[in-house]
Design a protein around this ligand. Structure first.
Ligand SMILES: C[S@@+](CC[C@H](N)C(=O)[O-])C[C@H]1O[C@@H](n2cnc3c(N)ncnc32)[C@H](O)[C@@H]1O
Length: 405
């Protein structure tokens, strides 16, 4: 089994809108297209099909579906991702994009770098991310977009500037996103003002070019919790990738964007948001596990056995890690239970999920989810390994499919 980078975010980088902003756990447009075209409804009733992605991340499913002219509804719990998806899935007017380009190019050429009293986001250890000089440059561009255009919103074309700014923040930082966690280079780089403004325009221009291709399907995006799926809607096909039970927090990767763009103001707020997310680990999202109470009495025995093994294998953190795994599947069980109220007869569901390992005990996500789906009366349940996630350990990604009658 290979690592198949063509099924990961890497495949999306040079694909128009799909390359606007990287999210390391995103899946590839190629995978979504393969799932869509293997669905029996695709050939017969293609245009009538309603797709749901209840854990949409960067809207990979939604934008692919809309490129095919299909309607798609997305949910995510993270307000930054919801904002990003709304802009990524928006149709723009060529003429207004051209006016935007002209004005930004001329403004940026005459912009003077601020050298004192500039605003900085309230990020802890910000000096690990950027040198003082680069921070002044970033803050100058931040101030330009805020004062000349406005704060991030869901409607205006200028939101493309904010996406380019988010990319600029990450490309000038000392953070290394080459693997799934974030690490830092030993030293921050000093970027000259001219090189920062050139970089900003070099990110923005191709983005604006790709925004000119219109999407023919409709994408509806809700900020909401997929355990509840609180908005009305009936769907034929679900294509999604929830978090995995592997202690990877989305806040860890998204927090520089979220602080700079005003979606986060403190570490406490980050913890609260991660506690609402399935599989979250940031701040209070881990400490609260010690008092958390399981909601469902029907969780698979295999899961309970794995949790017992994790709990007894490490005296310091075993109990917390066992609660983490149990909560992950408890939340997923609630999600699958409520999902049934939103599925049309014979709907198909397609979940990309990964296994994990704690103190040498493997969490067999594929088998546990299959068992939960059986318990909830789904049929035609299957799972296949689609890629290896790691060269050393036996960590895999699975495509778990089922239907509901
Ligand atoms: C693996 S990512 C999805 C990546 C996506 N397939 C893409 O290509 O960008 C999982 C997403 O689930 C979201 N999430 C976690 N808990 C959630 C919840 N309870 N309700 C809705 N979304 C949630 C996270 O914010 C994250 O964006």
């Amino acid at each position: 089994m290979k690592q198949r980078s063509d099924y990961t975010f890497k495949y999306n980088i040079k694909n128009g809108r799909h390359g606007w902003l990287r999210l390391t756990p995103a899946y590839s447009i190629k995978l979504v297209k393969e799932i869509l075209s293997s669905d029996t409804l695709f050939a017969t009733e293609c245009q009538a099909r309603n797709i749901l992605d209840p854990f949409c991340g960067t809207a990979t499913t939604g934008v692919v579906a809309a490129e095919y002219g299909l309607n798609c509804t997305l949910y995510d719990i993270n307000p930054f991702l919801v904002w990003f998806c709304k802009i990524k899935a928006k149709n723009f007017q060529d003429t207004s994009l051209e006016m935007l380009v002209k004005k930004v190019e001329s403004d940026i050429k005459s912009l003077q770098k601020l050298d004192k009293n500039y605003w900085l986001p309230p990020m802890k250890n910000i000096e690990r991310w950027w040198s003082e000089d680069t921070l002044a440059s970033l803050s100058t561009i931040h101030n330009y977009i805020t004062t000349q255009w406005g704060c991030p919103n869901y409607n205006d074309d200028y939101n493309l500037l904010w996406i380019a700014f988010a990319r600029l923040c990450i490309e000038t930082s000392a953070a290394d996103f080459n693997h799934i966690s974030v690490s830092f280079k030993d030293n921050t780089t000093i970027h000259e003002w001219k090189s920062v403004t050139d970089m900003f325009l070099a990110i923005l221009m191709p983005m604006i070019q790709s925004a000119k291709t219109n999407l023919t399907g409709n994408v509806t995006i809700h900020e909401g919790d997929s355990r509840l799926l609180q908005y009305d809607g009936l769907y034929d096909t679900v294509i999604t990738s929830p978090p995995y039970p592997n202690r990877i927090s989305y806040i860890r990767e998204l927090r520089p964007y979220m602080y700079w763009l005003g979606f986060l103001e403190s570490g406490e707020e980050a913890g609260e948001l991660d506690w609402k997310a399935i599989g979250g680990t940031w701040g209070c999202a881990t400490s609260r596990l010690n008092t958390w109470m399981q909601k469902n009495s029907h969780l698979p025995q295999m899961l309970l056995d794995t949790c017992n093994a994790i709990e007894s294998s490490d005296t310091k953190n075993g109990k917390t890690m066992a609660a983490y795994v149990r909560k992950f599947f408890d939340d997923m069980y609630i999600h699958f239970g409520n999902l049934r109220n939103h599925l049309k007869p014979n709907a198909s569901i397609n979940y990309i999920l990964g296994n994990s390992s704690f103190y040498g005990h493997f969490v067999d996500t594929d088998l546990i989810v299959e068992e939960m789906l059986r318990e909830l009366n789904f049929s035609n349940i299957s799972s296949t390994i689609i890629r290896k996630r790691n060269s050393k350990n036996n960590l895999y990604e699975y495509l778990i499919r089922a239907s509901y009658n």
